[in-house]
Design a protein around this ligand. Structure first.
Ligand SMILES: CC(C)(COP(=O)(O)OP(=O)(O)OC[C@H]1O[C@@H](n2cnc3c(N)ncnc32)[C@H](O)[C@@H]1OP(=O)(O)O)[C@@H](O)C(=O)NCCC(=O)NCCS
Length: 367
């Protein structure tokens, strides 16, 4: 490792991974699957992969040929030959076999697969290409970084719109022709979505979580151990939970929910993408968002929003002493109960912590 790392210009990557790219016939990258994303770890594997692809310190993605994978594995032999468990190397072995990359022969005319090695130099810098975006989304869903732990600037510009089917991704521009040709061969595709993001569980299944409806969790979601996402719950990319939680409502892009909180059925936490405020919303621990409630400010710990009440940032709320403030002035404060006075219609705030506790048995989520 010392020898490889002493090459001129060599820099350890901030993150790297070996991925399997699926591209359209025109070479548009549809998706890249990283079986084992690495964050500031396994520097020897990073150095070996860099050496076989000719990388010094720069960020980028490189095709890995079978010969290069073979070379990398033989360079890594002194460490992997100890009989121990080396998951970051183990991902390379199956990729040596050509058939591991083979697609269904009927689908080969429409897309291609390659192995790539992707290196990120600085996670605070915007992603360079689709591989780079996919590696970042994997790192979040693998819980190696938390939401907002890396730049995701311009990802909507980088990622193509993809048809996600029961047989993997297809180019959306060519899709109707592909479908017609495949139906002619007796192959019917089930289209799950047309989107820039796949569902998380097709790429990452984190331990200790339950997800009742996999369609509702996008790759790049961060689900902590003990999270239960019920059928109507939704978790966007770069958003999620940091501990045991019940998610029956919507966790929009950028939103983070701290441990032991409950996002009730149909509740909405405002994101920043379209029409939401500039503030990145954080829900503290032990909070309860009542069914069909909404939240447009950050909450501290132990807060409750009454079922059916949408607290927008600009809403004027009455404090226990009768003063009226804008809800955004209470952003991040702990121990508040928001309700709409059922007789006057005014939103009122009580200083009363949430007493609702999660049902621990529901969140064990052991295998
Ligand atoms: C806001 C909420 C937490 C209040 O519940 P609570 O703390 O149990 O309060 P209570 O219903 O016992 O009411 C306490 C008092 O406040 C009054 N009160 C409750 N809600 C009120 C309202 N919106 N306006 C005026 N008064 C209200 C009650 O009438 C009662 O008055 P009293 O003390 O004179 O008898 C509850 O109504 C709620 O919305 N919970 C959310 C549950 C949920 O949606 N979970 C997720 C499921 S998916």
């Amino acid at each position: 490792m010392e020898e490889l790392e002493s090459q001129p210009g060599y820099e350890r990557p901030a993150a790297f991974g070996v991925g399997i790219e699926t591209a359209s016939r025109e070479g548009r990258v549809l998706a890249t699957y990283f079986p084992r994303p690495n964050l500031a770890e396994h520097p020897l594997v990073a150095a070996v992969l860099s050496s076989v692809v000719g990388r010094a310190g720069e960020a980028g993605s490189y095709e890995l040929t079978t010969e290069q994978i073979e070379e990398a594995l033989s360079l890594l032999m002194p460490t992997t030959g100890d009989g121990g468990n080396h998951p970051s190397v183990a991902v390379l072995q199956p990729l040596m076999k050509a058939e591991a990359l083979g697609d269904d022969p009927a689908l080969q005319p429409y897309r291609s697969r390659r192995v790539v090695a992707t290196f990120i130099r600085d996670l605070d810098q915007p992603p360079l290409d689709a591989h780079d975006v996919y590696l970042r989304l994997h790192l979040i869903s693998w819980r190696k970084i938390q939401p907002h732990g890396c730049s995701l600037e311009n990802i909507f510009g980088i990622l193509p719109n993809v048809v996600w089917s029961n047989r993997g991704p297809f180019d959306s521009e060519e899709f109707e022709r592909i479908r017609a040709e495949l139906i002619g061969q007796g192959i019917e595709l089930e289209v799950r979505s047309v989107d820039k993001f796949p569902r998380m569980t097709d790429y990452v299944v984190p331990s200790g979580v339950r997800i009742a409806n996999a369609d509702n969790v996008r790759l790049g979601a961060h689900l902590a151990t003990g999270t239960t996402v019920m059928n109507a719950g939704f978790v966007n990319f770069n958003a999620g939970t940091l501990g045991p939680s019940m998610v029956e409502g919507r966790i929009s892009a950028g939103v983070v929910v701290e441990p032991e909180s409950d996002v009730g059925g149909g509740a909405s936490i405002m994101g920043t993408l379209s029409g939401g405020g500039g503030e990145v919303i954080r829900i503290g621990s032990h909070c309860l968002l009542g069914a069909n409630s909404g939240c447009g400010i950050s909450l501290g710990n132990g807060c409750t929003i009454e079922a059916g009440l949408y607290v927008t940032a600009g809403a004027r709320v009455t404090m226990p002493d009768g003063n009226v403030v804008k809800a955004r002035e209470l952003s991040g404060r702990s121990g508040l109960l928001f309700w709409r006075n059922s007789q006057t219609g005014a939103i009122e705030v009580k200083e009363r912590g949430n007493t609702v506790a999660l049902n621990a048995a529901l969140h064990q989520n052991k295998n």
